[in-house]
Write a protein that binds this ligand. Structure first.
Ligand code: 0GY
Length: 293
């Protein structure tokens, strides 16, 4: 029997194109990561993949090249609960980055408070089974209670098929809950699919639940320029204009075939937010309210 091997890790696009779309002044890329460099910030022992280093310097240069002003850097599973690379990026961002950390239940109030000072505004709960080991719900509840005094929000990452199991937990959280990558719908099924309708119902009924309209490169079946994902993102932007965030997802860990061109990703924005007002809410007003107010 052959031993299963992980697919080779695909590095981020070396030379993204300049987007045609010009983001409004003050736009925020509200979902991206920094990885390493491993020589300074080791990857976690419990990680499920080892990425190629993707440093803060490269992220900030990409931000400028794409016409963005700020970043929200989300702690990825390959760094576990060691947020050092994230905090280092925040410290060197000139106030132009905020963070979402991953913490264990043993995190001290002092550490939370220091992270808050450094620009962290939320924690991430990851439920994607290929990325993380299972965390008991009591642990997540404890963390949610601990961050409440800081006014932080909770970012959740899951596959849409798991929503029925997770929904009652999400709706029990007292904080703002931000869903990564639209809850990862199966775009082959279309926007009228019961699973996506269920997701819309969840957001209809809970004003504290926000959604990122990111990750088309992960959700697409047809490939770039990701037109099969547009109806999902557009539906969310138009239905919840004050509760949507957009992000590149750079450096795009775990892409199965090829790294997306970040310029092409930016050019989706006018297709999913079709007026200047919707674009301003998506890229400026909403992330500023959540991360910089
Ligand atoms: C993303 C998506 C992925 C990875 C992570 O924490 C992570 O490792 O979020 C993925 O593989 O789908 O948002 O970067």
């Amino acid at each position: 029997m052959s031993t299963p091997v992980n697919p080779p890790y695909i590095p981020f696009h070396p030379n993204p194109s300049k987007p045609q779309f010009r983001p409004p002044a003050g736009s925020v890329d509200a979902h991206c990561h920094v990885f390493g460099p491993a020589s300074r910030f080791q990857y976690a022992q419990e990680r499920k993949y080892t990425p190629v280093d993707a440093t803060k310097e490269t992220l900030f240069a990409l931000r400028d090249f794409l016409g963005f002003d700020k970043n929200v850097i989300v702690q990825a599973s390959c760094h576990g609960t060691d947020n050092s690379a994230l905090l280092d990026a925040l410290t060197h961002s000139d106030g132009k980055a905020r963070g979402v950390a991953v913490v264990g239940e043993d995190v001290s109030d002092d550490t939370l408070s220091i992270m808050n000072e450094m620009g962290v505004r939320g924690v991430r709960f990851n439920f994607v089974k290929r990325l993380v080991d299972f965390t008991p719900r009591e642990v997540l509840e404890e963390i949610a209670t601990r961050i409440e005094p800081l006014g932080w929000h909770v970012v959740v990452y899951f596959e849409m098929a798991d929503l029925p199991d997770l929904e009652s937990f999400f709706t029990s959280l007292p904080a703002i809950v931000v869903v990564d990558h639209m809850g990862r719908p199966d775009v082959r099924k279309g926007v009228d699919d019961p699973d996506f309708r269920r997701y819309l119902r969840l957001l209809d009924q809970h004003q504290n639940i926000w959604t990122k309209v990111s990750g088309p490169e992960r959700l697409t079946v047809s490939g770039a320029p990701y037109d099969d994902v547009v109806p999902f993102a557009r539906a969310l932007v138009e239905r919840y204009p004050d509760r949507v965030l957009w992000g590149t997802d750079w450096p795009h860990p775990n892409m199965p075939v090829e790294a997306p061109d970040d310029g092409v990703l930016v050019d989706i924005i006018p297709k999913i937010a079709v007026t200047a007002e919707l674009q301003r809410k998506l890229l400026v007003d909403n992330p500023m309210r959540l991360y910089w107010s």
